[in-house]
Design a protein around this ligand. Structure first.
Ligand SMILES: [Zn+2]
Length: 288
């Protein structure tokens, strides 16, 4: 068990810098709690805070980023692993929304690529595939499949540009999203795009469950951007965004309602499986 004692307290919104913040209360974490696959306990309780300026959310008094990076590097990659190909694992709306931006010969960089499940699809479509992955184990598996894979953005050869950057289930883990997205901007070719899949803190399920929403019950989820934040981000144009399900199985009604009923009967329902789409697919285009 790792006892977390170092915290990061923010006085302004990590997305827009506004000081108009609202404390929505301590996050209702499950016990025992893990950070990816490391068991952890907090010395005091992180809370959900919302920003009135950009309508984003974030975890206040989250653990320090340095500690988080150590645990990501040591993780096995199993939490994000799945058997079926990416295109069968994800909501068909996500797959079709992404595929229109992938073209044969294009250069793709998947940040947080795990073992390269999405890059396998890109490879089938004739793209040049590259990934960034903190986990040593996952990175080795990704390279074994023939994808270029680096441990961090600093390791990418200087001057290399990409047509598409993908951030799937990633931005919610990034402590400083604005500098991170500006670094991503520097990696894009002219008219390059960033495709982002993340939880939607403004969806009806998040609004209903607030600090108990299932998506907040992961110790490694710390940032929850809004479309308004993306629409105001320098260097980018918000091309489109849509509410989607995170997985294909959730988009199929029957399994979803069966699981939901079981959890409700156990009084263990925190919005998963969701009654409606609770993630968003965001497409940003580079502008000068
Ligand atoms: Zn804000």
């Amino acid at each position: 068990m790792r006892r977390v004692t170092q915290y990061c307290h923010l006085r302004t919104c990590p997305f827009c810098g506004s000081s108009e913040l609202v404390n929505k209360g301590a996050i209702n974490f499950p016990q025992p709690l893990t950070f990816v696959d490391t068991p952890v306990s907090f010395a005091f309780e992180p809370q959900l805070w919302r920003c009135r300026g950009c309508l984003s959310g974030f975890v206040q008094d989250a653990l320090a980023e340095k500690e988080a990076l150590e645990m990501y590097a040591a993780n096995s990659g199993k939490r994000w692993a799945y058997e079926e190909p990416f295109q069968l694992h994800r909501d068909p709306r996500v797959v079709s929304g992404i595929r229109t931006h992938l073209s044969s010969g294009g250069k793709v960089l998947d940040i947080g690529c795990n073992t390269g499940m999405f890059l396998d699809l890109c490879s089938e479509l004739g793209c040049h595939t590259h990934g960034v992955e903190l986990s040593h184990q996952a990175r080795r598996l990704c390279r074994d499949k023939g994808h270029a894979c680096w441990p961090d953005l600093d390791s990418i050869p200087p001057g290399m540009k990409f047509d598409v950057l993908t951030l799937f289930d990633l931005i919610e883990h990034v402590f400083e999203p604005v500098p991170f997205l500006q670094r991503c901007r520097g990696l894009l070719s002219e008219k390059g795009k960033v495709l982002i899949l993340t939880g939607d803190i403004n969806c009806p399920m998040a609004r209903l469950f607030q600090r108990s929403w299932w998506y907040l019950r992961y110790a490694d989820h710390v940032r929850f951007p809004s479309p308004r934040f993306f629409s105001q981000l320098p260097g980018y144009r918000l091309k489109e965004w849509a509410r989607v399900y995170v997985f294909r199985k959730l988009a199929r009604g029957t399994d979803r309602y069966r699981d939901l009923l079981k959890r409700a009967l156990r009084r263990n329902y925190h919005g998963y499986p969701p009654l409606g789409p609770d993630h968003m697919l965001v497409i940003l285009e580079a502008v000068s």
